[in-house]
Write a protein that binds this ligand. Structure first.
Ligand SMILES: Nc1ncnc2c1ncn2[C@@H]1O[C@H](COP(=O)(O)OP(=O)(O)OP(=O)(O)O)[C@@H](O)[C@H]1O
Length: 274
């Protein structure tokens, strides 16, 4: 019953008692703003009073029990493994009043979600695949470290001065780990969450569709599939069908990168007009 109550956002806030603006934790991290309450943690932007750096402090949610503590530990292990200029660095982890906390780099920038839906940014096919290519360069590093991100969505990809950043490793897993109860997942969720590089390609297929839809003007009210609605080249369709596992999926990132490079180099020559 209590677990059910905690799922109600207003009640969850009451039980979690998030930090207020100005609060200083460990005499070091001063809360500037709450960024959001996720499934396992509450994220804040904070000032590190010792270094003067802007950081993200993530406080483990008390009401989610052992599950969120394990998730925090795993996120810390993964961020410790990944040392890349386009991935937030983990600076610190500690227990405060028995609650696990993580401190990481605050990535200044705008999410692709905000760029499209708030700023009205649009992408041509070539621009969309160029941005996908930039993201794949970071994902190549993640996969080379035997990690799959499992949440590569438009709110988790940021851009600053044209450079891509990948955030939110809360669902990431090491290759070979198992997911409990995956057999109970609906097929679509399995495609997102399978611990295999192809679930990241599946997510990035959807990411690319968001970019392509940013310049789509509907001609009718009738909703159709992306293949019917979008005017894209055969090469783009070929890549997307493999990423979305409609056709034989990509087994590794190198073949995918090669196909994307070819598309960018050749340009969208063979256009299919829907
Ligand atoms: N390192 C970071 N730099 C900048 N912003 C960040 C960083 N990490 C998280 N955020 C922002 O903080 C907010 C909360 O992020 P967090 O990853 O804790 O949870 P979430 O994505 O909202 O939920 P969930 O992890 O359950 O999907 C998001 O809006 C995200 O953009």
């Amino acid at each position: 019953m209590m677990r059910f109550l905690y799922r109600h956002p207003a009640l969850a806030r009451l039980f979690e008692r998030p930090y207020r603006k100005g609060k200083v934790i460990r005499r070091r991290y001063q809360i500037v703003a709450e960024l959001g309450m996720g499934s396992y943690g509450i994220a804040y932007m904070a000032n590190d009073l010792q270094t003067g750096r802007k950081v993200v402090v993530k406080q483990c949610r008390k009401t989610r029990g052992k599950e969120s503590e394990l998730s925090f530990q795993r996120e810390a292990d993964i961020l410790m493994r990944l040392k890349h200029p386009q991935i937030p660095a983990l600076y610190d982890m500690f227990l405060e009043n028995g609650t696990p906390h993580l401190v990481m780099d605050f990535v200044e920038g705008e999410t692709v979600e905000a760029l499209i839906f708030e700023k009205g940014k649009t992408y041509t096919e070539r621009e969309a695949f160029q941005l996908l290519r930039d993201v794949l360069a970071v994902v190549e590093y993640i996969h080379a470290n035997h990690i799959v991100h499992r949440d590569l969505r438009i709110p988790n990809i940021l851009l600053r001065d044209g450079t891509v950043f990948v955030i939110d490793f809360g669902l990431a897993r090491f290759f070979g780990e198992s997911v409990s109860h995956i057999e109970t997942y609906v097929p679509e969720k399995k495609l997102w969450r399978d611990i295999h590089p192809k679930s990241d390609f599946y997510a990035l297929g959807h990411f690319t569709l968001f970019l392509l839809y940013s310049s789509y003007e509907p001609k009718t009210e009738e909703e159709k599939s992306w293949e019917e609605e979008l005017s894209i080249s055969e090469d783009a369709r070929f890549i997307l069908r493999k990423m979305l596992q409609i056709d034989q999926p990509y087994d590794d990132i190198y073949t995918l990168i090669n196909d994307v490079d070819q598309l960018i180099k050749n340009g969208p020559k063979r256009i299919i007009v829907s």
